[in-house]
Design a protein. Structure first.
Length: 322
């Protein structure tokens, strides 16, 4: 029996039928592990040791009554076997500080999924470009003129901030778009003499009409099916949070090739559960903070992806103890 602590966004507000963190908690409980829910904002340090305010957690696959919490208390993270770090972006100062606490917990013996150093190192937009052979033409810059020139060269481009999620603040623009300047100004948001934020400009991939594929990697190996998130109506974004429709599909040969390019390096960095975003033949993002789509793929294909994840977690713990 393991002690498993779950760091996630407020459990009272989740959508049970879609929440991957909840699927992980259900699987941990099914295996007889003890679950602990870390209250939002509950991570901290005392005298150089990691600690968390957490409560015993029981979960049920019931959309009207899905959890019970015991009495919360602050306790050391030493002695916790597995910590699932599952809070959503943005990766801001508060998030980075939490990963520092989790690095101490890791040094004290916990297996943190995903590795805190990796969470700090891998910006979900930029990490894809460790694998340039997999990526479409892209420019990352604060220079509005350079970004505008890139859009002109590509004909159409997608513009997005580096710290967004769920399709928020993503724009599709062409060179003759009357709003291009204001889009760039909004995304860069320079003020008071500061340089502003970096913006990613990426060639628009018309294959998006067939879906933005989410490929899940578990300890470097792909789940054999992906979820294609298909834009609806006049929307160009496929994100489920932006109204996209999820359709499960077997991985293509190109999908498997991309996974083989990316998987070994992410495994080496302790990224045990990762979501790759692929449009057509091109890798666009590497999601490491809180990848989703477990429940949708489980339902469509009779899988138990959280079970595959816990098999990998238990193997890692066994290897470490040997």
């Amino acid at each position: 029996m393991l002690d498993v602590a779950v760091v996630m966004d407020p459990i009272a507000a989740i959508h049970v039928g879609k929440d991957s963190s909840f699927a992980m908690a259900l699987e941990a409980q099914r295996r007889g592990h003890r679950l602990h829910y870390v209250l939002p904002g509950g991570l901290g340090l005392r005298d150089g040791r990691s600690q968390a305010r957490m409560a015993p957690l029981q979960v049920r696959d019931d959309a009207s009554d899905w959890y019970t919490l015991g009495e919360a208390a602050t306790r050391p993270l030493a002695g916790i076997d597995v910590i699932l770090m599952r809070t959503d972006p943005p990766v801001d100062a508060a998030y980075l500080n939490d990963t520092q606490v989790l690095s101490l917990a890791q040094a004290e013996g916990a297996l943190v999924v995903n590795d805190p150093q990796g969470l700090r190192d891998l910006n979900e937009k930029l990490a894809a470009f460790w694998f340039p052979q997999c990526c479409p033409p892209t420019l990352v810059s604060r220079d509005a003129a350079a970004l505008r020139e890139f859009v002109e060269q590509q004909g159409q481009a997608v513009l997005k901030p580096l710290d967004g999620m769920g399709g928020r603040s993503i724009f599709r623009a062409s060179a003759d778009d009357a709003n291009l300047n204001v889009i760039l100004e909004t995304l860069i948001a320079a003020a008071h003499g500061k340089a502003g934020q970096m913006v990613m400009a990426q060639r628009y991939l018309p294959q998006i009409v067939d879906g933005d594929k989410r490929i899940l990697l578990i300890d470097g190996e792909p789940v054999p099916y992906c979820l294609a998130r298909i834009p609806q109506g006049k929307e160009f974004r496929g994100n489920l949070a932006a109204g996209g429709r999820g359709e499960g599909r077997p991985l293509s040969e190109r999908d498997r090739w991309i996974a083989a390019q990316v998987g070994p390096e992410l495994k080496r960095r302790g990224m045990i559960f990762v979501g790759l975003d692929v449009i057509g033949d091109w890798l666009t993002e590497v999601n490491v903070t809180s990848p989703t789509c477990i429940r949708e793929l489980d339902k469509q294909f009779g899988l138990n992806i959280a079970g595959m994840l816990f098999d990998a977690i238990e193997r890692r713990l066994s290897d470490a103890r040997r």
